[in-house]
Design a protein. Sequence first.
Length: 186
Amino acid sequence: MTMRMKILIAATALAALSACSKPAATPPAATGGPVAHASIQEVMVSVVEPASAIVWKTPDSFDPAKKATQAQIDADWLALRKGAVALSEASNLIVMEGRHAAPPGVKLQNEGLEGNLTTAQIDEKLKTDRTKLLEYAKALQDASLKVLVAIDAKKPDAVLEAGGAVDEACEACHKHFWYPGAPTPP
Ligand code: HEC
């Protein structure tokens, strides 16, 4: 066994040892780290919605009839990828503890429609039904990661299909946390 290998093994063993003896990580907010400042509504409008709009739109350059340059096509793949990365990480923002549904006094979109919860009701649900929130946010992340895989494989059809799964993930969470009593379309 070479010296380098011995050192490597020793270092790995040490790392494993210290990983076991370390106390559980403290959440960042408790140690002066970042906090959930914006409401869910603002995260939706500022992060989730714009990122999803990127992944849902097939760039014009992908249409062979447009005869776009390879440079343009590459730039559009890159832009799509940025959207997918933002969307896949947005799920982490959604589930940060301490987020309210909306800023004080701000109305929700479609507030008052049949079957829609009020801001106060959503706030309550976010607290009492956290397991579901985590589940739906994970589903959004899983769907977004499928988009990312399709982008990296440069497969426009797969991007479109995974985009459909993203849409379902949005809808599932909204149905549960936002408009559980909304009439189902025929
Ligand atoms: C894990 C839960 C969850 C997922 C997933 C989710 N949302 Fe939301 N979203 C909410 C909740 C809760 C509300 C309603 C309360 C609010 O607006 O804060 C909402 C509201 C919204 C609103 C309305 C904001 C307003 O003006 O009141 C938009 C737009 C929106 N979501 C877009 C999306 C899109 C697009 C996706 C998928 C790409 C998505 N959301 C996925 C939880 C989620």
